[in-house]
Write a protein that binds this ligand. Structure first.
Ligand code: S3P
Length: 201
């Protein structure tokens, strides 16, 4: 159960240190919309690996999956991740499968901090129920298959997601709750710039 307890956030937000913050989590957890809003709020740059792949390929992700296959998409995704400048302040929305490649996970650990936006499988099902079409992994699944896919895949992926430097439990939480907690974590990191493993809530 999520409460409306809000962390205190320093304002203006500190920008006098350089870091990358990677947002990780399952499809539908809000990495892109939340990441964009955090970037606006902090003045950090924003990068979205899915959009970078689409721009580089000149095609949508469903088109890339359909014509080149998932392995080609994963290679492009890894390349996009590595092309993000590591010396600036940047919020990165990763794809749901990005940290499940151990090389990508190692890259993220070496170049920044990360937050896992954790949402239960049953709640993800409610979110993804009407959002299947733009996601090739989900587009052809019926309702029962969708729930089963989310439960199985989340269980497989959690060992990767939970290696993020912080995990925020976000089931049922509003975007503003999640944003405030990530800003709180960023504020905490500004005092402790070296990567540290912690679970916040
Ligand atoms: C994928 C998630 C998608 C996208 C691709 C594969 C996955 O990103 O990278 O469709 O395997 O979980 P989002 O998590 O932004 O939907």
């Amino acid at each position: 159960m999520v409460t409306d307890r809000r962390p205190a956030i320093r304002d203006p937000f500190p920008t006098d240190f350089a870091m990358i913050l990677y947002l990780v989590g399952f499809m539908g957890c809000g990495k892109s919309s939340i990441g964009r809003r955090i970037a606006e709020r902090t003045g950090y740059a924003f990068a979205d690996t899915d959009r970078m792949v689409e721009e580089a390929a000149g095609r949508t992700i469903p088109e890339i999956f359909a014509t080149d296959g998932e392995a080609a998409f994963r290679a492009m995704e890894s390349e996009a991740l590595r092309s993000i400048p590591t010396e600036g302040n940047t919020i990165v929305a990763t794809g749901g499968g990005t940290p499940c490649n151990p090389d990508n996970l190692a890259w993220m650990k070496a170049h920044g901090h990360s937050v896992y936006i954790a949402i239960t499988a049953d709640y993800l099902y409610r979110i993804l129920y009407t959002r299947r079409q733009k996601r090739p992994k989900l587009a052809n699944l019926n309702d029962e298959e969708l729930l089963s896919y989310i439960r199985t895949t989340l269980a497989e992926r959690e060992p990767f997601y939970t290696q993020a430097s912080a995990t925020i439990e976000c089931t049922g939480a509003s975007d503003s709750y999640i944003i405030d907690h990530i800003l709180f974590y960023l504020d905490h990191l500004s005092d402790r710039p070296s990567p540290a493993s912690s679970s916040l809530y």
